[in-house]
Design a protein around this ligand. Structure first.
Ligand code: DI6
Ligand code: FE
Length: 417
C-alpha cells in the first residue's frame, strides 16, 4: 500500500492567532476570521500548510517555533503609490493652508509640473535615494508588495528613469514591486502641441518604448477635468490592450467624468479614488469585477467633502481596497497604516474591511491574488508577526504596533536601518 511521504517543512510556527484573509465561504462573514490556535508551515518561499494546530499533519520540520499567541497576517500590499519622485511641495501645502486651491497652484506652474521639473532634473541615484527613504518607511510598517507609478517625467527618458528606479527599489529592498506607467498623468506645460497630440505621443512613442524595455506591468491614466478626457483615456487603454498590458484608472476623484464606467468597460483591474462615482459607475464596477481602490489620504489632504459611495459599493459586492496614494501633492502620507485608520475614520470601513483592503483586495487590484494577499497553501510566504493579538488594533492605533517580524518569500527580513 502506497504511504504518502511525510512533508518536509523548513519552518513551522505554532501557537499563533492567524488572520489568513482568505475569502469567507459565506460572503456575509467577516473577511478577517482568526484561527485562534493556529500553525503556519513554510517551504521554498511558499506556504506549505496553514490551519488549526490540532489538525497539523506529521511532518519533518527543520525549525519549529511557538509564537505564544501573537497575531500573524499576510504581508501588507500598498496597491497605489507615487513614491518615486524628486523634490518637495511642502511650500504648496502652506499655500493651500492659506487658502490657495490645488487648481490655483497648478495654474501658477506649481502642482504636478513642479514635481515634474524636479524629477526631470534629478540624477538616477538622487531619485533612488529620495524614493528609498519613503519605501523604507512603508516596509517598516509591514509592506511586502508595493505598486509604484511613473507620471512625473511626462517624457520618455524621465519616465524610463522612474520605472527603472521602481524596479531597482524592489530588487534592493527585497520586496515585490508592480510598476504602472502613468504617462497620461498631466499635460506637460512644455508640450507644444494639443492634449490630443500628447496622448498620441504617449500611445505611439512612450508606452511602446517603455514596454519594449520590460519596465511596464500595468497602465494607468488620470481621467479628470484637470487630467485627461474619457476619449483620450480610451486611446491609452486601447494601446495598452494591444500590448497585452492590464489597466487601472484614477477615476471620478474631483468630478463625475464617468471614469468608473470607463474603467469597468475596459476590464480594468481597479478604479481608484471614486469620490464622485455614481450608481451607474458602481453597477459597472460590480459587473466587471473591477476593484474599488479607496484613497483616504488624498481625500483628507484636499479636504474633500464628498466621500466615495462606500455603502453602494459594499452592497453591490465591489471589492474594496485601500492604499496610501503616497505622492507629494495630494497625499503626502507615507503610511499604509494611516490609510487603514483613515479608511475607517473617514470612509466608515470596518476594521476587517480595512485589513482586507490592504491584503486580499489589494492583491486582487494588482492581479496577484493567485500568488499573494492571503495565507493559503501554495502562495508566497509573505507574512507579518505583530506585537498585538487583535487585528483591530492595527487600524485603531496610529504610530503603534509595528510588526516584530517580517517575512518575504519565507525569509525573515532584516531590521531596517
Ligand atoms: N491624482 C492625485 O491626487 C495625484 N495624481 C493624481 O492623478 C496628484 C499628484 C500630485 O499632485 O503630484
Ligand atoms: Fe494617485
Amino acid at each position: 500500500m502506497k504511504t504518502c511521504a511525510m512533508p518536509d517543512w523548513e519552518l513551522l510556527l505554532t501557537d499563533a492567532r492567524i488572520a489568513t484573509m482568505r475569502a469567507p465561504e459565506d460572503p456575509g462573514m467577516s473577511p478577517c476570521a482568526v484561527i485562534e490556535r493556529g500553525a503556519l508551515a513554510v517551504t521554498g518561499g511558499r506556504i506549505a500548510w496553514v490551519g488549526a494546530q490540532d489538525d497539523l499533519p506529521v511532518a519533518n520540520v527543520a525549525t519549529r517555533r511557538s509564537l505564544d499567541g501573537r497575531l500573524v497576517t499576510p504581508g501588507l500590499i500598498d496597491c497605489h503609490t507615487h513614491i518615486v519622485f524628486a523634490g518637495s511641495r511642502a511650500h504648496e501645502f502652506e499655500q493651500r493652508l492659506n487658502g490657495a486651491s490645488y487648481a490655483d497652484i497648478a495654474a501658477a506652474g506649481g502642482g504636478i509640473m513642479s514635481t515634474v521639473r524636479a524629477t526631470r532634473g534629478a540624477p538616477a541615484q538622487q531619485l533612488f535615494d529620495e524614493s528609498a527613504q519613503r519605501l523604507r518607511n512603508l516596509i517598516r510598517e509591514g509592506v511586502t508588495t508595493i505598486e509604484i507609478k511613473s507620471g512625473y517625467g511626462l517624457e520618455t527618458l524621465t519616465e524610463q528613469r522612474m520605472l527603472e528606479t521602481a524596479r531597482r527599489l524592489g530588487q534592493e529592498a527585497g520586496i515585490g514591486v508592480v510598476t504602472t506607467f502613468l504617462g497620461a498623468h498631466a499635460l506637460p506645460a512644455d508640450w507644444t502641441g494639443t492634449a490630443d497630440d500628447y496622448v498620441r505621443h504617449v500611445c505611439e512613442d512612450m508606452l511602446p518604448a517603455l514596454h519594449e524595455l520590460n519596465l511596464v506591468d500595468a497602465v494607468d491614466a488620470y481621467c479628470e477635468t484637470v487630467g485627461f478626457k474619457p476619449a483620450q483615456v480610451q486611446q491609452v487603454f486601447a494601446r495598452a490592450a494591444e500590448l497585452g498590458l492590464p489597466v487601472r484608472l484614477h477615476a471620478d476623484q474631483l468630478s463625475d467624468t464617468g471614469g468608473a464606467t470607463l474603467a469597468a468597460e475596459a476590464n480594468a483591474l481597479s478604479a481608484d479614488h471614486l469620490e464622485y462615482t455614481t450608481e451607474t459607475g458602481v453597477g459597472a464596477l460590480a459587473a466587471a469585477g473591477t476593484v474599488a481602490v479607496l484613497l483616504p489620504g488624498a481625500f483628507l489632504t484636499l479636504r474633500e467633502q464628498q466621500p466615495p459611495p462606500i455603502a453602494a459599493l459594499r452592497d453591490a459586492g465591489v471589492p474594496l481596497a485601500l492604499a496610501s496614494d503616497c505622492n507629494p501633492g495630494t497625499s503626502p502620507i507615507c503610511s499604509l497604516r494611516a490609510a487603514m485608520h483613515l479608511g475607517a475614520a473617514l470612509f466608515r470601513l470596518t476594521p476587517a474591511e480595512c485589513l482586507a483592503g490592504v491584503t486580499h483586495n489589494a492583491a486582487r487590484a494588482l492581479g496577484l491574488l493567485h500568488d499573494r494577499g492571503t495565507l493559503e497553501p501554495g502562495k508566497r510566504a509573505d507574512f507579518l508577526i505583530w506585537d498585538t493579538h487583535n487585528p483591530a488594533e492595527l487600524i485603531y492605533w496610529l504610530g503603534l504596533h509595528a510588526p516584530v517580524e517580517r517575512y518575504v518569500e519565507g525569509s525573515r527580513q532584516n531590521n531596517l536601518a
